[in-house]
Design a protein around this ligand. Structure first.
Ligand code: TRP
Length: 334
């Protein structure tokens, strides 16, 4: 019997290179060995986008297309839409009795997000909503509604997983051994840096290369990327270790090219403009198969819909079965 993987993504925007190297490659590897449920977490996305439903609606499809384009196989991965599984919302209500408000307020992921969203939640988080504060409870429901045993996530999600494990332990202690404690698997790849040299590539940081960026956008972004500020003339020697152009060559260009670029840069034998042009070409080559698949799905929206419908149906069956066990343990199986 294969173990169950449950993971989720908020449909708030298109995927970028950070997602691909941080999570996508990991999913592609794992899809062969697990019973894989991939949640498009629209309910969670609404917790801090409740005032922008059009954005979430659009991105449910966009993110599904992105995930299919990078090589996730819909015959191996069950793609499903969170809001189509009401069991998750129901479970969230039951679990909310097992978590204190103080514990949620101490959750480092939640705390960090509140301070990033001043516009929505106020300077000191004084306008935080009940729904946002409680989303870790809903995420515990996401995982346990499918008896998720393995959860591939980035480091920033670990406090949410720990909160889920606490809920599971409390549930099992009070209502009897019912739920499995999920384990996180961290992606092997480190974080991908942003175009501005920031340690993290992020949509909200405005420093991302998106998988659906077109040639023109890639060109603009790379031409503006940060290089060694000490290199002024074309034949100045430079330090590739502090250059974002070299960083991305290293990430996606062929090993032999990258080695050569590094040597030439150190010797002052290559100009930044040439180096950027080569990077633009390398990125376009890298993105070509992804773009081709994207085009296919964009031209065949009924196939995307079918993939979501099929995955959601399977997810619903699994959640219904799990819900029976949970309700019976809680003595609400009337
Ligand atoms: N919180 C995750 C994020 O912001 C998305 C998510 C929703 C998730 N449900 C999940 C991740 C369940 C892992 C497991 O990226």
């Amino acid at each position: 019997m294969k173990k169950t993987i449950l993971t989720g993504l908020r449909p708030t925007g298109n995927l970028h290179l950070g997602h691909l190297f941080g999570a996508g490659h990991n999913y592609i590897k794992l899809q062969n060995d697990y019973d894989f449920y991939l949640e498009i977490a629209d309910v969670q996305a609404l917790t801090d986008n409740f005032n922008n439903p059009d954005k979430i609606r659009k991105n449910v499809i966009e993110i599904t297309i992105d995930l299919l384009s990078i090589g996730l196989d819909p015959t191996k991965v069950n793609f499903f839409i969170q809001s189509k599984i009401p069991e998750i919302s129901e479970l969230t209500v039951y679990y909310s009795n097992l978590v204190t408000v103080a514990r949620l307020e101490r959750n480092p992921t939640v705390k960090a997000e509140i301070s990033q969203k001043k516009e929505l939640f106020g300077n000191d988080g004084e306008s935080i909503t009940y729904g946002f504060l409680g989303y870790p409870v809903s995420q515990a429901a996401d995982i346990t509604a499918f008896n998720g045993e393995v959860v591939p996530v980035g480091e920033d999600q670990l406090p949410l997983l720990e909160q889920c494990r606490e809920i599971v332990r409390k549930f099992n202690f009070i209502y009897g051994e019912t739920l499995k404690e999920p384990q996180a698997i961290l992606s092997e790849t480190k974080r991908v840096k942003g175009l501005d040299g920031n340690d993290k590539m992020g949509k909200s940081l405005g420093n991302a290369i998106f998988l659906n960026d077109d040639d023109e956008t890639i060109k603009k972004k790379i031409m503006g990327a940060i290089t060694d500020p000490a290199k002024i003339k074309k034949d100045d020697k430079a330090n590739p270790d502090i250059c974002m152009v070299y960083y991305y060559h290293n990430l996606i260009n062929k090993k032999e090219n990258t080695k050569n670029i590094c040597n030439e840069c150190k010797k002052g034998a290559r100009g930044c403009v040439q180096c950027k042009k080569e990077l633009i070409e390398a990125i376009n080559t890298f993105l070509t198969p992804i773009r081709e698949k994207r085009k296919y799905y964009e031209n065949n929206p009924e196939i995307v819909k079918k993939i979501l419908d099929t995955g959601t149906k399977k997810a619903k069956e699994k959640a219904e079965e799990q819900m029976k066990k949970i309700k019976s343990a809680m003595k609400i199986n009337y």
